[in-house]
Each structure stands twice: as C-alpha cells, then as structure tokens.
Design a protein. Structure first.
Length: 94
C-alpha cells in the first residue's frame, strides 16, 4: 500500500515538473510569438490579444504537444490557426 502511494506521489511530481518545464519554454517563446503576431495582425493591440489567446490555448492543450518535437512550430501553428479562425469569424460578422 505504501509503495503504491509513494509511486503515485512520484508520478504527480513528474507531471508537475513537466508542466513547469512547459510553462518555462512557453514564456521563453513569448518574444518570438509577439513578433509573429504583429506580422499577422499589423496592429499592436490585436497582436497582444492574439498572443494571449495563443498562450491560453497552448496551456489548455499542452497534453496534445508531443515531447521532443518542434515546440516553436507547434506554437506558431496554434497562433496561425487562431488568427485565421478570428479572421473568418470577423468576415462572417460583416
């Protein structure tokens, strides 16, 4: 019983550590993502909104990220798709 509890605690610590690592990598990419967002939106406020939305989605779907793959490309894809979806939504509204 004790061994099972200890094993479960170790697994939880490993998961928490990977979440910390994920968040650290995400924060380190924020400057690159901000520049990319600005290139898409051509507007600083819209770029900040896009960056925030991208970071929220990345954190929400971090379980979908495959470790040891291109993290930067994964984030850029989220941002690009978010931008396209927002553009389409805006077009339909007009």
């Amino acid at each position: 019983m004790f061994v099972q509890q200890l094993s479960q605690i170790v697994k939880q610590k490993c998961i928490a550590m990977s979440a910390l690592t994920f968040n650290d990598r995400l924060l380190k990419m924020s400057d690159v993502l901000e520049y990319f967002a600005l290139s898409l939106t051509k507007n600083r406020e819209d770029a900040q909104d896009l960056l925030q939305e991208t970071m929220v989605k990345a954190i929400t779907y971090q379980d979908k990220y495959t470790p040891n793959t291109n993290f930067k490309a994964w984030l850029h894809t989220i941002m690009k798709n978010t931008f396209i979806n927002q553009y389409r939504k805006q077009k339909r509204a007009n």
